[in-house]
Design a protein around this ligand. Structure first.
Ligand code: FES
Length: 101
């Protein structure tokens, strides 16, 4: 087994599950939101924020759903245009992390 230290401080898992004929995050704009956040994280956070597409997080009727670590918080009822608010929250988390415990 090999291991290496990871650069990421924050990990965001956004449900991109698509369910034919039933309510799902994909149909509410999860892909577009994930694409925007991935682009921002890759370009501006030096890999300190990692954005992942996840499967169903069990909040289908409340989606778009997003799990955030290390905060251990689940966000629901996210709209595609919440992008700026999410980005701001992640930037604040990075700033807090710089200060240390
Ligand atoms: S489809 Fe997104 S939480 Fe189930």
């Amino acid at each position: 087994m090999k291991s290496e230290k990871m650069k990421s401080v924050v990990e965001v898992h956004i449900c991109n599950y698509k369910r034919d004929g039933d309510e799902c995050c994909f149909d509410k704009g999860a892909k577009e939101l994930t694409d925007k956040l991935k682009k921002w994280a890759k370009g501006e956070t030096d890999k300190q924020v990692r954005v992942f597409r996840s499967g169903c997080l069990g909040k289908c009727s409340e989606g778009i759903a997003m799990a955030c670590y290390p905060q251990k918080k689940m966000f629901t009822e996210i709209a595609e245009d919440d992008y700026k608010e999410i980005k701001k929250m992640l930037e604040e988390t990075l700033e807090e992390n710089k200060k240390g415990p």
